[in-house]
Design a protein around this ligand. Structure first.
Ligand code: RFL
Ligand code: PHB
Length: 395
Protein backbone atom coordinates (compact mmCIF):
# COMPACT_ATOMS: atom_id res chain seq x y z
CA UNK A 1 0.00 0.00 0.00
CA UNK A 2 1.26 3.47 -0.92
CA UNK A 3 -0.16 6.88 0.01
CA UNK A 4 0.99 10.49 0.17
CA UNK A 5 0.33 10.97 3.89
CA UNK A 6 0.00 8.06 6.33
CA UNK A 7 -1.90 9.34 9.36
CA UNK A 8 -1.56 7.30 12.54
CA UNK A 9 -4.56 7.78 14.82
CA UNK A 10 -8.24 8.58 14.27
CA UNK A 11 -8.62 11.06 17.11
CA UNK A 12 -9.62 14.66 16.40
CA UNK A 13 -6.11 15.50 15.10
CA UNK A 14 -5.78 12.63 12.63
CA UNK A 15 -9.36 12.80 11.39
CA UNK A 16 -9.31 16.57 10.87
CA UNK A 17 -5.96 16.39 9.07
CA UNK A 18 -7.34 13.66 6.81
CA UNK A 19 -10.42 15.77 6.11
CA UNK A 20 -8.47 18.92 5.20
CA UNK A 21 -5.99 17.07 2.98
CA UNK A 22 -8.73 15.13 1.21
CA UNK A 23 -10.51 18.40 0.36
CA UNK A 24 -7.37 19.43 -1.53
CA UNK A 25 -7.01 16.12 -3.36
CA UNK A 26 -4.06 14.85 -1.30
CA UNK A 27 -4.10 11.08 -0.71
CA UNK A 28 -4.19 9.95 2.88
CA UNK A 29 -4.62 6.71 4.77
CA UNK A 30 -5.78 6.89 8.39
CA UNK A 31 -4.78 4.02 10.69
CA UNK A 32 -6.67 3.49 13.94
CA UNK A 33 -5.93 0.69 16.34
CA UNK A 34 -9.38 0.67 17.96
CA UNK A 35 -12.79 -0.06 16.45
CA UNK A 36 -15.17 2.61 15.19
CA UNK A 37 -17.62 2.09 18.06
CA UNK A 38 -14.79 2.38 20.61
CA UNK A 39 -13.53 5.74 19.38
CA UNK A 40 -17.06 7.09 18.95
CA UNK A 41 -17.92 6.30 22.57
CA UNK A 42 -14.76 7.56 24.26
CA UNK A 43 -15.81 10.48 26.49
CA UNK A 44 -13.16 13.17 26.67
CA UNK A 45 -13.09 16.91 26.08
CA UNK A 46 -16.21 19.03 25.78
CA UNK A 47 -15.32 22.65 25.04
CA UNK A 48 -14.55 24.09 21.61
CA UNK A 49 -12.88 27.47 21.29
CA UNK A 50 -14.66 30.07 19.18
CA UNK A 51 -12.33 29.82 16.16
CA UNK A 52 -12.17 26.03 16.35
CA UNK A 53 -15.97 25.75 16.11
CA UNK A 54 -15.90 28.23 13.20
CA UNK A 55 -13.24 26.18 11.43
CA UNK A 56 -15.29 22.98 11.68
CA UNK A 57 -18.30 24.79 10.26
CA UNK A 58 -16.25 26.34 7.43
CA UNK A 59 -14.94 22.96 6.26
CA UNK A 60 -18.34 21.28 6.11
CA UNK A 61 -18.38 19.67 9.55
CA UNK A 62 -20.62 22.08 11.42
CA UNK A 63 -24.14 20.99 10.60
CA UNK A 64 -24.90 18.83 13.67
CA UNK A 65 -22.51 20.84 15.85
CA UNK A 66 -24.46 24.04 15.17
CA UNK A 67 -27.73 22.27 15.95
CA UNK A 68 -26.73 20.35 19.07
CA UNK A 69 -23.75 22.31 20.44
CA UNK A 70 -24.43 24.62 23.40
CA UNK A 71 -23.17 28.18 22.84
CA UNK A 72 -21.88 29.70 26.10
CA UNK A 73 -20.94 33.32 26.68
CA UNK A 74 -19.04 32.84 29.95
CA UNK A 75 -18.06 30.64 32.88
CA UNK A 76 -18.52 30.90 36.64
CA UNK A 77 -15.74 30.80 39.23
CA UNK A 78 -16.96 29.74 42.67
CA UNK A 79 -14.78 30.21 45.77
CA UNK A 80 -15.04 31.34 49.40
CA UNK A 81 -18.84 31.40 49.24
CA UNK A 82 -19.08 33.64 46.20
CA UNK A 83 -19.65 33.09 42.49
CA UNK A 84 -18.07 35.36 39.90
CA UNK A 85 -19.13 35.23 36.28
CA UNK A 86 -16.44 35.77 33.67
CA UNK A 87 -18.45 37.31 30.87
CA UNK A 88 -16.56 36.31 27.74
CA UNK A 89 -18.81 38.15 25.33
CA UNK A 90 -18.52 41.54 27.00
CA UNK A 91 -14.78 41.04 27.68
CA UNK A 92 -13.62 39.77 24.28
CA UNK A 93 -16.73 39.55 22.09
CA UNK A 94 -16.48 35.78 21.66
CA UNK A 95 -17.79 32.65 23.32
CA UNK A 96 -17.27 28.89 23.36
CA UNK A 97 -19.25 25.91 22.13
CA UNK A 98 -19.91 22.95 24.42
CA UNK A 99 -19.91 19.89 22.14
CA UNK A 100 -18.53 16.50 23.17
CA UNK A 101 -15.32 15.32 21.56
CA UNK A 102 -16.96 11.96 20.79
CA UNK A 103 -19.70 13.77 18.87
CA UNK A 104 -17.04 15.58 16.87
CA UNK A 105 -15.28 12.28 16.23
CA UNK A 106 -18.59 10.79 14.99
CA UNK A 107 -19.04 13.72 12.57
CA UNK A 108 -15.45 13.37 11.32
CA UNK A 109 -15.69 9.58 10.86
CA UNK A 110 -18.98 9.90 8.99
CA UNK A 111 -17.52 12.55 6.66
CA UNK A 112 -14.43 10.43 6.07
CA UNK A 113 -16.35 7.29 5.22
CA UNK A 114 -18.72 9.24 2.95
CA UNK A 115 -15.71 10.66 1.07
CA UNK A 116 -14.50 7.16 0.21
CA UNK A 117 -10.98 7.95 1.45
CA UNK A 118 -9.44 5.06 3.42
CA UNK A 119 -9.73 4.79 7.20
CA UNK A 120 -8.66 1.43 8.62
CA UNK A 121 -10.04 0.49 12.02
CA UNK A 122 -8.33 -2.14 14.16
CA UNK A 123 -5.11 -1.36 12.32
CA UNK A 124 -2.30 -0.72 14.75
CA UNK A 125 0.89 1.02 13.64
CA UNK A 126 3.73 -0.91 15.25
CA UNK A 127 6.76 0.87 13.72
CA UNK A 128 7.70 3.94 11.68
CA UNK A 129 10.93 3.72 9.68
CA UNK A 130 12.81 5.60 6.97
CA UNK A 131 11.50 9.07 7.88
CA UNK A 132 15.02 10.48 8.18
CA UNK A 133 15.94 9.31 4.62
CA UNK A 134 12.82 10.77 3.00
CA UNK A 135 11.16 7.36 2.43
CA UNK A 136 8.96 6.73 5.44
CA UNK A 137 7.17 3.46 5.96
CA UNK A 138 4.69 2.39 8.59
CA UNK A 139 4.34 -1.22 9.67
CA UNK A 140 0.74 -1.97 10.49
CA UNK A 141 -0.76 -4.91 12.36
CA UNK A 142 -4.19 -5.93 11.05
CA UNK A 143 -5.45 -9.11 12.66
CA UNK A 144 -2.49 -11.49 12.59
CA UNK A 145 -0.83 -9.87 9.55
CA UNK A 146 1.78 -7.13 9.39
CA UNK A 147 1.43 -4.85 6.33
CA UNK A 148 3.73 -2.08 5.13
CA UNK A 149 2.42 1.35 4.15
CA UNK A 150 4.84 3.51 2.15
CA UNK A 151 4.22 7.25 2.34
CA UNK A 152 5.88 10.57 1.54
CA UNK A 153 5.03 11.95 4.96
CA UNK A 154 3.90 10.23 8.17
CA UNK A 155 1.71 12.21 10.58
CA UNK A 156 1.86 10.87 14.13
CA UNK A 157 -1.59 11.81 15.48
CA UNK A 158 -1.57 8.81 17.80
CA UNK A 159 -2.03 10.50 21.16
CA UNK A 160 0.17 10.50 24.22
CA UNK A 161 0.61 6.70 24.33
CA UNK A 162 1.22 6.30 20.59
CA UNK A 163 4.36 5.00 18.91
CA UNK A 164 5.26 7.88 16.58
CA UNK A 165 7.07 10.02 19.13
CA UNK A 166 9.23 7.10 20.17
CA UNK A 167 10.29 6.50 16.54
CA UNK A 168 12.98 9.10 17.09
CA UNK A 169 15.98 8.31 19.26
CA UNK A 170 15.69 9.95 22.64
CA UNK A 171 19.00 11.77 22.01
CA UNK A 172 17.29 13.81 19.26
CA UNK A 173 14.21 14.86 21.22
CA UNK A 174 13.74 16.92 24.32
CA UNK A 175 10.82 16.24 26.59
CA UNK A 176 9.46 18.63 29.23
CA UNK A 177 6.96 17.45 31.76
CA UNK A 178 5.19 18.13 35.00
CA UNK A 179 2.98 15.81 37.04
CA UNK A 180 0.34 17.31 39.31
CA UNK A 181 -0.36 15.82 42.73
CA UNK A 182 -4.04 15.26 41.96
CA UNK A 183 -6.38 13.65 39.43
CA UNK A 184 -9.98 14.22 38.29
CA UNK A 185 -12.74 11.77 39.03
CA UNK A 186 -15.34 12.42 36.32
CA UNK A 187 -18.92 11.29 35.97
CA UNK A 188 -21.35 11.50 33.10
CA UNK A 189 -24.90 11.52 34.48
CA UNK A 190 -28.38 11.55 33.03
CA UNK A 191 -29.29 14.76 34.82
CA UNK A 192 -30.17 18.24 33.64
CA UNK A 193 -27.15 20.54 34.15
CA UNK A 194 -27.69 22.57 37.31
CA UNK A 195 -26.30 25.68 35.62
CA UNK A 196 -26.52 27.15 32.11
CA UNK A 197 -22.76 27.65 32.10
CA UNK A 198 -19.71 25.81 33.44
CA UNK A 199 -18.86 26.28 37.13
CA UNK A 200 -15.23 25.96 38.24
CA UNK A 201 -15.15 25.67 42.05
CA UNK A 202 -12.13 26.12 44.30
CA UNK A 203 -13.18 24.61 47.63
CA UNK A 204 -11.21 23.76 50.75
CA UNK A 205 -12.05 20.09 50.09
CA UNK A 206 -10.62 20.40 46.57
CA UNK A 207 -11.57 21.47 43.06
CA UNK A 208 -14.90 20.64 41.40
CA UNK A 209 -16.26 21.34 37.93
CA UNK A 210 -19.79 21.31 36.61
CA UNK A 211 -19.96 20.84 32.85
CA UNK A 212 -22.45 19.26 30.48
CA UNK A 213 -22.98 17.51 27.17
CA UNK A 214 -26.63 18.33 26.46
CA UNK A 215 -29.72 19.70 28.23
CA UNK A 216 -30.16 16.23 29.80
CA UNK A 217 -26.56 15.08 30.34
CA UNK A 218 -24.23 16.51 32.98
CA UNK A 219 -20.47 16.01 33.08
CA UNK A 220 -19.05 16.61 36.56
CA UNK A 221 -15.59 16.32 38.04
CA UNK A 222 -13.94 16.37 41.48
CA UNK A 223 -10.29 16.59 42.38
CA UNK A 224 -9.05 13.36 44.02
CA UNK A 225 -5.58 12.01 44.83
CA UNK A 226 -3.78 10.37 41.90
CA UNK A 227 -4.11 6.58 42.04
CA UNK A 228 -7.61 6.82 43.57
CA UNK A 229 -9.56 3.55 43.34
CA UNK A 230 -12.92 4.23 41.67
CA UNK A 231 -14.42 1.41 43.76
CA UNK A 232 -13.98 3.67 46.78
CA UNK A 233 -16.28 6.21 45.11
CA UNK A 234 -19.81 4.82 44.82
CA UNK A 235 -22.23 7.20 43.11
CA UNK A 236 -23.72 8.42 46.39
CA UNK A 237 -20.32 9.52 47.68
CA UNK A 238 -19.52 11.35 44.42
CA UNK A 239 -22.82 13.27 44.54
CA UNK A 240 -22.30 14.22 48.19
CA UNK A 241 -18.82 15.50 47.49
CA UNK A 242 -20.01 17.44 44.44
CA UNK A 243 -22.78 19.00 46.51
CA UNK A 244 -20.32 20.12 49.17
CA UNK A 245 -17.79 21.59 46.78
CA UNK A 246 -20.27 23.26 44.42
CA UNK A 247 -22.63 24.54 47.11
CA UNK A 248 -23.84 28.14 46.95
CA UNK A 249 -26.98 29.96 48.09
CA UNK A 250 -29.90 28.89 45.92
CA UNK A 251 -27.85 26.29 44.02
CA UNK A 252 -29.25 22.76 43.76
CA UNK A 253 -27.43 19.97 41.97
CA UNK A 254 -29.68 17.70 39.90
CA UNK A 255 -28.83 14.03 40.51
CA UNK A 256 -29.35 11.30 37.92
CA UNK A 257 -28.15 7.90 36.76
CA UNK A 258 -24.36 7.80 36.48
CA UNK A 259 -23.59 6.30 33.08
CA UNK A 260 -19.82 6.62 33.21
CA UNK A 261 -17.18 7.14 35.87
CA UNK A 262 -13.50 7.71 35.06
CA UNK A 263 -10.21 8.99 36.40
CA UNK A 264 -8.04 11.46 34.47
CA UNK A 265 -4.43 12.05 35.46
CA UNK A 266 -3.14 15.59 35.39
CA UNK A 267 0.02 16.17 33.44
CA UNK A 268 1.77 18.82 31.37
CA UNK A 269 4.05 17.49 28.63
CA UNK A 270 5.80 18.86 25.53
CA UNK A 271 8.22 17.20 23.12
CA UNK A 272 10.51 19.34 20.99
CA UNK A 273 10.84 19.41 18.07
CA UNK A 274 7.55 18.21 16.58
CA UNK A 275 9.12 17.07 13.27
CA UNK A 276 12.01 14.86 12.31
CA UNK A 277 12.53 14.49 8.56
CA UNK A 278 9.30 13.22 7.10
CA UNK A 279 7.69 12.38 10.44
CA UNK A 280 5.51 15.06 12.04
CA UNK A 281 3.60 14.93 15.31
CA UNK A 282 0.30 16.66 16.06
CA UNK A 283 -1.99 16.86 19.08
CA UNK A 284 -1.52 14.77 22.21
CA UNK A 285 1.32 12.84 20.52
CA UNK A 286 3.38 16.00 21.00
CA UNK A 287 1.86 17.68 24.04
CA UNK A 288 -0.53 17.19 26.95
CA UNK A 289 -2.14 19.84 29.13
CA UNK A 290 -4.09 19.38 32.36
CA UNK A 291 -7.80 19.65 31.47
CA UNK A 292 -8.57 22.69 33.65
CA UNK A 293 -8.35 25.15 30.74
CA UNK A 294 -10.23 22.81 28.33
CA UNK A 295 -7.39 23.13 25.84
CA UNK A 296 -6.21 19.62 24.78
CA UNK A 297 -8.53 19.15 21.84
CA UNK A 298 -8.30 22.79 20.76
CA UNK A 299 -4.51 22.68 20.72
CA UNK A 300 -4.61 19.55 18.55
CA UNK A 301 -6.74 21.46 16.04
CA UNK A 302 -4.30 24.39 16.02
CA UNK A 303 -1.41 22.01 15.18
CA UNK A 304 -3.44 20.54 12.33
CA UNK A 305 -4.05 23.95 10.74
CA UNK A 306 -0.27 24.54 10.56
CA UNK A 307 0.35 21.01 9.33
CA UNK A 308 -2.33 21.11 6.63
CA UNK A 309 -0.92 24.38 5.26
CA UNK A 310 2.62 22.98 5.26
CA UNK A 311 1.45 19.84 3.43
CA UNK A 312 -0.53 21.80 0.83
CA UNK A 313 2.67 23.71 -0.06
CA UNK A 314 4.71 20.50 -0.03
CA UNK A 315 2.45 18.47 -2.32
CA UNK A 316 1.12 21.26 -4.54
CA UNK A 317 4.29 23.32 -5.01
CA UNK A 318 7.11 21.07 -3.83
CA UNK A 319 8.02 23.57 -1.10
CA UNK A 320 9.48 22.29 2.16
CA UNK A 321 9.69 25.57 4.12
CA UNK A 322 6.29 25.01 5.69
CA UNK A 323 7.33 21.63 7.03
CA UNK A 324 10.58 23.13 8.29
CA UNK A 325 8.70 25.89 10.13
CA UNK A 326 5.97 23.55 11.44
CA UNK A 327 7.46 22.76 14.80
CA UNK A 328 8.37 26.36 15.61
CA UNK A 329 4.92 27.66 14.65
CA UNK A 330 3.12 25.06 16.74
CA UNK A 331 5.35 25.43 19.77
CA UNK A 332 4.72 29.19 19.98
CA UNK A 333 1.08 28.44 20.77
CA UNK A 334 1.80 25.25 22.72
CA UNK A 335 3.81 27.08 25.38
CA UNK A 336 1.25 29.87 25.74
CA UNK A 337 -1.44 27.26 26.22
CA UNK A 338 0.76 25.29 28.60
CA UNK A 339 1.05 28.40 30.71
CA UNK A 340 -2.70 29.08 30.68
CA UNK A 341 -3.58 25.47 31.56
CA UNK A 342 -1.03 25.42 34.40
CA UNK A 343 -2.31 28.79 35.65
CA UNK A 344 -5.97 27.70 35.74
CA UNK A 345 -4.93 24.45 37.41
CA UNK A 346 -2.85 25.95 40.22
CA UNK A 347 -5.41 28.69 40.82
CA UNK A 348 -8.29 26.26 41.33
CA UNK A 349 -6.88 23.08 42.92
CA UNK A 350 -5.85 22.37 46.50
CA UNK A 351 -2.32 20.96 46.49
CA UNK A 352 -1.93 18.27 49.19
CA UNK A 353 1.21 19.93 50.56
CA UNK A 354 -0.19 23.49 50.50
CA UNK A 355 0.42 25.55 53.63
CA UNK A 356 -2.13 27.92 55.20
CA UNK A 357 -0.21 30.72 53.48
CA UNK A 358 -0.68 29.00 50.10
CA UNK A 359 -4.46 28.73 50.70
CA UNK A 360 -4.82 32.38 51.61
CA UNK A 361 -2.65 33.46 48.65
CA UNK A 362 -4.81 31.36 46.33
CA UNK A 363 -7.96 33.11 47.56
CA UNK A 364 -6.11 36.40 47.11
CA UNK A 365 -5.43 35.46 43.49
CA UNK A 366 -9.11 34.65 42.87
CA UNK A 367 -10.19 37.88 44.57
CA UNK A 368 -7.72 39.89 42.48
CA UNK A 369 -9.01 38.27 39.30
CA UNK A 370 -12.60 38.98 40.33
CA UNK A 371 -11.81 42.65 40.88
CA UNK A 372 -9.90 43.25 37.68
CA UNK A 373 -11.51 43.54 34.28
CA UNK A 374 -8.05 43.41 32.68
CA UNK A 375 -7.23 40.10 34.39
CA UNK A 376 -10.62 38.67 33.42
CA UNK A 377 -10.07 39.77 29.82
CA UNK A 378 -6.81 37.80 29.75
CA UNK A 379 -8.62 34.71 31.05
CA UNK A 380 -11.39 35.22 28.48
CA UNK A 381 -8.93 35.67 25.59
CA UNK A 382 -7.23 32.42 26.44
CA UNK A 383 -10.32 30.40 27.35
CA UNK A 384 -12.24 31.35 24.19
CA UNK A 385 -9.01 30.71 22.29
CA UNK A 386 -6.04 32.58 20.93
CA UNK A 387 -6.62 33.53 17.27
CA UNK A 388 -6.42 30.54 14.93
CA UNK A 389 -4.79 31.18 11.56
CA UNK A 390 -6.99 29.45 9.00
CA UNK A 391 -5.62 31.27 5.94
CA UNK A 392 -5.23 28.92 3.01
CA UNK A 393 -7.44 26.33 4.70
CA UNK A 394 -10.84 27.92 4.63
CA UNK A 395 -11.80 29.26 1.21
P1 RFL B 1 -6.35 11.19 20.71
O1 RFL B 1 -7.74 11.67 20.79
O2 RFL B 1 -5.75 10.49 21.85
O3 RFL B 1 -6.30 10.24 19.42
C1 RFL B 1 -5.21 9.40 19.15
C2 RFL B 1 -5.74 8.21 18.39
O4 RFL B 1 -4.63 7.40 18.00
C3 RFL B 1 -4.96 6.04 18.20
N1 RFL B 1 -3.69 5.29 18.30
C4 RFL B 1 -3.22 4.49 17.34
N2 RFL B 1 -3.73 4.11 16.14
C5 RFL B 1 -2.99 3.27 15.39
N3 RFL B 1 -1.78 2.76 15.77
C6 RFL B 1 -1.25 3.10 16.97
N4 RFL B 1 -0.06 2.61 17.34
C7 RFL B 1 -1.97 4.01 17.81
N5 RFL B 1 -1.73 4.55 19.02
C8 RFL B 1 -2.79 5.33 19.30
C9 RFL B 1 -5.77 6.07 19.47
O5 RFL B 1 -6.58 4.89 19.60
C10 RFL B 1 -6.61 7.32 19.26
O6 RFL B 1 -7.82 7.05 18.58
O7 RFL B 1 -5.36 12.37 20.33
P2 RFL B 1 -5.58 13.73 19.46
O8 RFL B 1 -6.27 13.42 18.15
O9 RFL B 1 -4.29 14.41 19.48
O10 RFL B 1 -6.67 14.57 20.27
C11 RFL B 1 -6.34 15.15 21.49
C12 RFL B 1 -7.52 15.09 22.45
O11 RFL B 1 -8.11 13.81 22.42
C13 RFL B 1 -7.08 15.41 23.87
O12 RFL B 1 -6.22 16.53 23.90
C14 RFL B 1 -8.21 15.71 24.83
O13 RFL B 1 -9.27 14.80 24.80
C15 RFL B 1 -7.59 15.74 26.24
N6 RFL B 1 -8.55 15.42 27.26
C16 RFL B 1 -9.38 16.39 27.65
N7 RFL B 1 -9.24 17.63 27.12
C17 RFL B 1 -10.08 18.60 27.48
O14 RFL B 1 -9.95 19.71 26.98
N8 RFL B 1 -11.07 18.35 28.41
C18 RFL B 1 -11.26 17.10 28.96
O15 RFL B 1 -12.15 16.89 29.75
C19 RFL B 1 -10.40 16.07 28.59
N9 RFL B 1 -10.53 14.83 29.11
C20 RFL B 1 -8.64 14.12 27.79
C21 RFL B 1 -9.67 13.84 28.73
C22 RFL B 1 -7.75 13.10 27.44
C23 RFL B 1 -7.82 11.82 28.00
N10 RFL B 1 -6.82 10.85 27.65
C24 RFL B 1 -5.97 11.07 26.51
C25 RFL B 1 -6.43 9.78 28.44
C26 RFL B 1 -9.80 12.57 29.24
C27 RFL B 1 -8.89 11.55 28.90
C28 RFL B 1 -9.14 10.19 29.52
C1 PHB C 1 -15.78 18.80 29.98
O1 PHB C 1 -16.93 19.18 29.69
O2 PHB C 1 -15.47 17.60 29.92
C2 PHB C 1 -14.77 19.79 30.42
C3 PHB C 1 -15.08 21.13 30.41
C4 PHB C 1 -14.13 22.05 30.82
C5 PHB C 1 -12.90 21.61 31.23
C6 PHB C 1 -12.59 20.27 31.22
C7 PHB C 1 -13.53 19.34 30.82
O3 PHB C 1 -11.98 22.53 31.65
Amino acid sequence: MRTQVAIIGAGPAGLLLGHLLHRRGIDTLILERHSRSYIERRIRAGVLEHDVAELFAAVGLGERMRREGLAHGGIHLRFAGQTVRIDFRSLVGRGILVYGQHELVKDLVRARLASGAPLWFEAEAVAVEGHCDGRPEVRVRRGDRIETVAAEVVAGCDGFHGIARAAVPSSLRREYQKQYPYAWLGILARAAPASDELIYACHERGFALLSMRSPTLSRLYIQVPPGTDLAAWPDERVWEELELRLSAPGFRLERGEVVQKDLTRMRSFVVEPMRWGRLVLAGDAAHIVPPTGAKGLNLAVADVTHLARALFAFFEEGREEGLEAYSRLCLERVWKVQHFSWWMTQMLHRAPDASPFDHRRQLGELAALSASRAAQAWLAENYTGLPLDVSGIVD
